[in-house]
Design a protein around this ligand. Structure first.
Ligand code: ZN
Length: 72
């Protein structure tokens, strides 16, 4: 897996929407790749913020799209 693949899957990785095999691949990549790990931490952090802002309801689709633009 390269960084591009990793970043493309990161959002679904955080949401636990990947298959077990994909999760393993992302995990392996993050261990070896500090820049991607930074993205991962930021993503987790942002999701937590969004959750708080939206009162546990999750972010609306347009806001998620916006966050993704900011991140990548
Ligand atoms: Zn990477």
């Amino acid at each position: 897996m390269n960084c591009q693949d990793c970043l493309e899957r990161l959002d679904r990785y955080v949401d636990r929407e990947l298959t077990d095999a994909e999760i393993e691949e992302v995990k392996r990549h993050l261990v070896d790749c500090p820049p991607c790990e930074d993205h991962f931490r930021l993503q987790v952090h942002l999701k937590r913020l969004v959750k708080v802002c939206c009162d546990q309801g999750g972010a609306p689709a347009h806001l998620r799209a916006k966050l993704r633009q900011i991140l990548f």
